[in-house]
Ligand binder design. Structure first.
Ligand code: DX5
Ligand code: ZN
Length: 215
């Protein structure tokens, strides 16, 4: 299991210390939640802070764009050092737009993911699944850390696992929101490959133990 700690729950005034903690705790990815106050009702951080993060870590930078116009900012996040950019299916007008964002990200030589909100049916992204490196299943409404896991994510993970295995695709399944030892185990059993966890990891007194408990 790949663990991607979400720095949304880190101490931004001492971010480097928190990044070192998750590195030493055995995480290989870092989840970077970008919120624009429009697609979601919260504002977090943008690409210039990502550039600073890139300078202090070799962790795989897993960028989750919760923004209305992902295309406008792709190059900025890529230049800042993103290894993977995941954008929201719901931020696009139609499937053609989804496809053009996928192509644009891939053409820049980094990995691409699509995220679906809790009320979006997994069928919506089936036509592009073979083109993706990752699907991010939201198990809370995007916008805030510290919410409770929505169990309906489990069926989506199972469906995706089935399609990906049947089609012999490379796509990873990532789950984000309300992940702790118990819900992480349920996602693992359903077939997830990557777990995002923010408050569970950063509020735990022992970062390494928290990360280990999710693997
Ligand atoms: C929510 C974000 C999550 C968030 C998860 O919109 O996408 O990545 O940081 O936080 P927890 O793990 O606290 O639910
Ligand atoms: Zn996220």
């Amino acid at each position: 299991m790949i663990i991607s700690p979400s720095v949304l729950s880190a101490n931004f005034a001492d971010l480097k210390t928190d990044i070192k903690k998750i590195e030493e705790g055995g995480a290989s990815w870092l989840h970077y939640d970008v919120m624009d106050g429009h697609f979601v009702p919260n504002i977090s951080f943008g690409y210039s802070i990502l550039g600073d993060v890139r300078k202090v870590t070799d962790l795989f930078l897993d960028v989750h764009l919760m923004i209305s116009d992902p295309k406008k900012y792709l190059n900025d996040f890529i230049k800042a050092g993103a290894d993977l950019i995941t954008f929201h299916y719901e931020s696009c007008d139609d499937l053609d737009q989804v496809k053009s964002v996928i192509t644009e990200i891939k053409n820049q030589g980094i990995k691409v993911g699509i995220s679906i909100k809790p009320n979006t049916d997994v069928e919506a992204i089936k036509p592009v699944l073979a083109d993706l490196d990752l699907v991010l299943v939201m198990s809370v409404e995007p916008g805030f850390g510290g919410q409770s896991f929505m169990p309906k994510a489990i069926d989506k993970i199972k469906t995706l696992r089935n399609w990906i295995d049947q089609g012999k695709m490379e796509c990873l399944i990532e789950v984000d929101g309300g992940i702790n030892e118990e819900t992480g185990k349920q996602c693992k059993e359903a077939g997830a490959d990557v777990l995002v966890a923010g408050s569970y990891i950063f509020k735990h007194e022992n970062t390494k133990e928290a990360i280990e408990s999710l693997k």
